[in-house]
Write a protein that binds this ligand. Structure first.
Ligand code: IPM
Ligand code: SF4
Length: 429
């Protein structure tokens, strides 16, 4: 029987000719991504057992991103722990505060992670990198410890869900709307332990940024990871980062590969979608109800990329954030911050009355730099709207595309971005 991309990558990394779903395998990891929240626990486990070593300092990427710059002493200690380990072990790829940003977005831009590879990390949005045609997934601290120590990790080979997206998205509709619509249809556990493989002419036309948004949210449907095959868009993206085709392996799914389920999506029918509290599958069409907001947040590993910021700037240009709404924009990385400044986007945000913050996970998970208070209502470009996710448990979080967040910030209530001429792909000016 044929194999899927994911099965082929897992076979190649476990010394098997072929693998089948359900099979238990031990895989080599090409990359281990470490941040300051989950890595210290893994390191402690290793230290307590006298196993304090790394399998290869050149195959570990360390990026502090959640609680940096530290907002309290506990956070400062976690950062210190990661940093001292990096120096002690000679970890080559370290993106310190001021040189990195949100780990997943930093990583996708390095040119280090490539098609056909495996990547694990103690973070559930590691699936983000699957848009590069690689098998990337989050693991718990014990498996992370094993990966750091041995460069190996065990998996039960997952089954795959095929998501076929065809047709042109309406102007003002973005990949975020597509993924929120898919999660609405299948449910927050609809892809439990499945690989979500995205195909179709709509996906073929998407740039890499849009593809990352899709694979990033696999975990919000319970998916083991998301994956998209390599095409000219992927190759060009890698070439821009100095990576040549001889440096990676392109896998494609066989025509007779076995899919557990196939989901068809007509992209032309997808509308700007908002996931209502308190679960990402609670999607409704933007503007269906008049919901006043107190906060608007643009950022995160899902939607803090330059194209997202351009979408926001296009709407904010010449407009003001409504009185009483606190809008925060967080470029996902230092490089994106700089690019946005060069393009004049920062000026547009500031003129509109939005606050621009440094790259970090801070507000996305309610740690710092924009924590929500009791009964606050936030429209957010992030990926999770669980109770208490961004602060007080009584706060309400609505997930949407950056365009919908911007339009809602201006209106003061959740609204359809198409009413603000969202939709072109040209730069804000
Ligand atoms: C803190 C970290 C372990 C967590 C995750 O794994 O996803 C965070 O990034 C999140 O988005 O909730
Ligand atoms: S930006 Fe948010 S979702 Fe992404 S890794 Fe950070 S906390 Fe998790």
């Amino acid at each position: 029987m044929g194999m899927t991309i994911a099965e082929k990558i897992l076979a190649a990394h476990s010394g098997h000719e072929s693998v089948v779903p359900g099979q238990l395998i031990e895989c080599t990891t090409d990359w281990v991504l470490c941040h300051e929240i989950t890595t210290p626990a893994a390191l402690r486990m290793l230290e307590e057992r006298g196993m304090d070593r790394v399998f290869n300092p050149d195959q570990i990427v360390a990026v502090p991103d959640h609680s940096v710059p530290a907002m309290n002493i506990k956070a400062a200690k976690m950062y210190q722990k990661l940093k001292s380990w990096v120096h002690e072990k000679g970890i080559k790829h370290f993106y310190d505060v001021g040189r990195g940003g949100i780990a997943h977005v930093v990583l996708e831009n390095t040119g280090l992670v490539r098609p056909g590879q495996t990547l694990v990390s103690g973070d559930s949005h590691t699936c983000n990198a699957g848009a590069l045609g690689m098998f990337a997934t989050g693991v718990g601290s014990t498996d992370l410890a094993g990966a750091i120590y041995a460069g190996r990790v065990w998996f039960k080979v997952p089954e795959t869900m095929l998501i076929r997206v065809t047709g042109d998205m309406q102007p003002g509709v973005t990949p975020k709307d597509i993924v929120l619509e898919v999660i609405r249809r299948i449910g927050a556990d609809g892809a439990n332990y499945l690989v979500m493989e995205w195909v179709g002419d709509t996906i073929d036309r998407l740039d890499m940024e849009g593809r990352f948004t899709l694979t990033n949210m696999a975990i919000e449907a319970g998916g083991k990871t998301g994956i998209i095959k390599v095409d000219d868009t992927t190759r060009a993206y890698l070439a821009e980062r100095g990576v040549t085709p001889d440096q990676y392996i392109e896998y494609t799914s066989d025509p007779d590969a076995n899919y557990k389920v196939v989901i068809d999506v007509d992209a032309s029918q997808v509308e700007p979608t908002v996931a209502y509290p308190h679960i990402p599958s609670n999607g409704r069409v933007a503007g269906s109800d008049r919901i006043a907001v107190t906060h608007a947040y643009v950022g995160s590993c899902t939607n803090g990329r330059i194209g997202d910021l351009r979408d926001v700037a296009r709407i904010l240009k010449g407009r003001r954030v409504a009185d009483g709404v606190q809008m925060i924009v967080v470029p996902a990385t230092q490089a994106i911050w700089k690019q946005a400044a060069q393009e004049g986007l920062m000026e547009i945000f500031v003129d509109a009355g939005a606050s621009v913050s440094y790259p970090s996970c801070g507000a996305c998970l309610g740690m710092h730099s924009g924590v929500l208070g009791p009964d606050d209502v936030c429209i957010s470009s992030t990926n999770r709207n669980f109770v208490g996710r961004m602060g007080d448990p009584s706060a309400q979080i609505y997930l949407a595309s950056p365009a919908t967040v911007a339009a809602s910030a201006v209106a003061g209530f959740i609204t359809d971005p198409r009413e603000y001429n969202a939709g072109g792909t040209e730069a804000a000016d």
